[in-house]
Design a binder for this molecule. Structure first.
Ligand code: NAD
Ligand code: LMR
Length: 336
């Protein structure tokens, strides 16, 4: 008789963990929320997964709860259940809001998503002000400053724990560069700085690891492709939304990195859009070192020794990024 052994999708799910964490996803029934919930449910570092949406989240939670992994899944529907969803959370991920359709910019989503993010972050401030907050909802260049202002108004702002999720830009840069240069995917790491919209997305190809050389034409083409990759997906989906699966993958990576940092791993680095003093802009995406208390260090070395192309692109993105940041800040102050 063959020996029957329990099988898991990933073998490390059976390894006992010293600690585990509680994660909430707000917007959990959406295109990103559903696959993101699945990926988080697969993490051995998660003991509780709270799923919140304004509708349709019961079925998602029932479905996910049948996966035989440790995280306990609970569902929460509507504003009246939001506080209970958030109490005790270590990480709150926010992909709530509307996605783009062809012909739209991310900023075209501002009018709807600004209010959604504001309301959700108010609840985070009231119920789990110490959590890491991951903002996915677009336009990230404005929604992160909105979140910061809300947290300030509530007196609980910790800039080391508020993150705009730009991991998808890094994931794309890594994928496209590996493909172009025939590199082993697992090795490739391209820092992406600036923000998360059009020309504010600036991949630093000169800082690619392992080091790779690019012709001027390759730099131009790869940079444009990374900057327009979101639009590439929006157009391919032809009205059915924007990136959801690659975004869920990227967001799950950022969640996993945050949990490893909370777990005491001293070697966690990610690019993200955060309050920053690396440039004259109040928020800026760069590589940061994550630790138990959030951001431990900003990796300023990435901004040194830029190529002429990168240095010019960095200057060129600043006015747009500044405008988007100020628009977010003004939105919260107007409502006060
Ligand atoms: P979607 O429409 O499929 O899902 C959004 C979900 O949010 C829906 O389930 C909806 O019910 C929910 N929602 C709406 N209002 C809410 C509220 N007040 N509280 C809680 N939930 C609410 O959209 P999607 O494809 O999942 O995209 C979500 C957002 O993520 C969009 O703004 C999109 O632009 C953004 N996005 C960001 C990145 C990034 O790199 N940061 C990548 C892809 C998409
Ligand atoms: C992306 O980069 O895929 C997201 O920001 C969604 C979008 O609207 O492009």
């Amino acid at each position: 008789v063959p020996k029957i052994r329990p099988k898991q999708v990933f073998s490390n799910q059976l390894q006992p963990r010293a600690s585990s964490f509680k994660v909430a996803v707000l917007g959990a029934a959406g295109g990103i929320g559903q696959p993101l919930g699945l990926l988080i449910k697969m993490s051995p570092l998660v003991s509780a997964l709270h799923l919140y949406d304004i509708a349709n989240v019961k079925g998602v939670a029932a479905d996910l709860s049948h996966c035989n992994t440790p995280a306990k899944v609970l569902d929460f529907t509507g504003q009246s259940e939001l506080a209970n969803c958030l109490k005790g959370m270590d990480v709150v991920v926010i992909p709530a809001g509307v996605p783009r359709k062809p012909g739209m910019t991310r900023d075209d989503l501002f009018n709807i998503n600004a209010g959604i993010v504001k309301t959700l972050v108010e609840a985070v401030a009231d119920n789990c002000p110490d959590a890491f907050i991951h903002i996915i909802s677009n336009p990230v260049n404005s929604t992160v400053p909105i979140a910061a202002e809300v947290l300030k108004q509530k007196g609980v702002y910790n800039p080391k724990k508020l993150f705009g999720v730009t991991t998808l830009d890094v994931v794309r840069a890594n994928a496209f560069v590996a493909q172009k240069k025939n590199l082993k995917l697992i090795d490739v790491d391209v820092p992406v700085i600036g923000g998360h919209a059009g020309i504010t997305i600036l991949p630093l190809l000169s800082k690619t690891r392992p080091s790779a050389t690019f012709t001027d034409e390759e730099v131009e083409k790869l940079t444009l492709r990374i900057q327009n990759a979101g639009t590439e997906v929006v157009e391919a989906k032809a009205g059915a939304g924007s990136a959801t699966l690659s975004m869920a993958y990227a967001a799950a990576r950022f969640v996993e990195s945050s949990l490893r940092a909370l777990d005491g791993d001293g070697d966690v680095y990610e690019c993200c859009f955060v309050e920053s003093e690396l440039t004259e802009l109040p928020f800026f995406a760069s590589r940061v070192k994550l630790g138990k208390n959030g951001i431990e260090a900003f990796i300023s070395a990435d901004l040194q020794g830029l190529t002429d192309y990168e240095a010019k692109a960095l200057e060129a993105l600043k006015p747009e990024l500044k405008t988007s940041i100020e628009k977010g800040v003004a939105f919260v102050h107007k409502q006060a």
